[in-house]
Design a protein around this ligand. Structure first.
Ligand code: APR
Length: 252
């Protein structure tokens, strides 16, 4: 574990991007590591609009299994360290997660967005998340949903007749809250990217969207694919590296 500290002063604004690695120490599988989710499933069978059209029950079985796993998991030291940093920095802190689990919230994070959606939310398949982009169809907004749907018959229906789908951004769909994310990146002076392989866009490009004055750190056990874009790589598990790093930061 590296013994390095990041100095954060009163003029700094911190933007954090997390990926599946931040929840690994809570026992949730990542996607692309050995034994990861994409070894057991094909993306095109469970995480695309085409998969939903072809076999909605198979898609829901995948996300029901994810719901079951996340329900049984607890936030780890990395989630807690980020919530503590937010507590110390207030509105100068912003967290964008690619994760659909709710472990950041359960650790106490509030200034966060889930750019790839949320596991415990569902929506009508006819209810676009961004009416401005797609045009309104069914007016029902995404809602809290912890149910498990494991057969075609079990899938709930909306009043409009549409099927209830996971509130997840699939491959080929547009990530959520991009305008706010872009604004927060542009005004950041420190960027922490934690536990993401740098394989999925646009998140893999956030480190390049930040200006030259922004110090950019990667935290995770292996080099990400976009490693060359960072100021420094802090190689280690998030739950071990983040707490020391952030204590130093919040005491500045
Ligand atoms: N601490 C920090 N990082 C870790 C840890 C840990 N304890 N364990 C593993 N990692 C790192 C791995 O080294 C890897 O680089 O987490 C990263 C996980 O990468 P991916 O599995 O590719 O997950 P992620 O980058 O979040 O995937 C992005 O892909 O399939 C989609 O929509 C899904 O949001 C997801 C997106």
């Amino acid at each position: 574990m590296p013994d390095e500290k990041i100095a954060v002063g009163p003029g700094d604004r911190v933007f954090v991007l997390t990926g599946a690695g931040v929840s690994a120490e809570s026992g949730l599988k990542t996607f692309r590591d050995q034994g990861g989710l994409w070894e057991g499933y094909r993306v095109e069978d469970v995480a695309t609009p085409e998969a939903w059209a072809a076999d909605a029950a198979q898609v829901w079985r995948f996300y029901s299994e994810r719901r079951r796993g996340a329900r049984g998991a607890e936030p780890n030291a990395a989630h807690r360290a980020l919530a503590e940093l937010e507590e110390a920095m207030g509105e100068r802190f912003f967290l964008c997660t690619q994760n659909v689990d709710d472990l950041h919230e359960r650790a106490g994070s509030r200034r966060l967005v889930h750019m790839h959606g949320e596991l415990f939310m569902s929506r009508c398949e006819n209810s676009p998340v961004s009416p401005a982009v797609f045009g309104p169809a069914c007016g029902r907004t995404p809602f809290r949903d912890e149910a498990l749907y494991e057969s075609a018959e079990a899938i709930a229906r909306c009043a409009c007749g549409g099927r209830i789908r996971p509130h997840i951004v699939w491959f080929g769909e547009i990530p959520l809250e991009m305008e706010r994310i872009q604004q927060e990146i542009e005004r950041s002076t420190v960027m922490l990217v934690v536990g993401t392989s740098g394989a999925v866009y646009p998140a893999a490009n956030f480190v390049r969207w930040a200006g030259p004055r922004t110090r950019k750190y990667y935290i995770g056990p292996e080099k990400p694919m976009n490693a060359q874009a960072f100021t420094r790589l802090m190689l280690g598990n998030a739950g071990e590296v983040l707490p020391g790093l952030l204590k130093a930061a919040s005491s500045q």
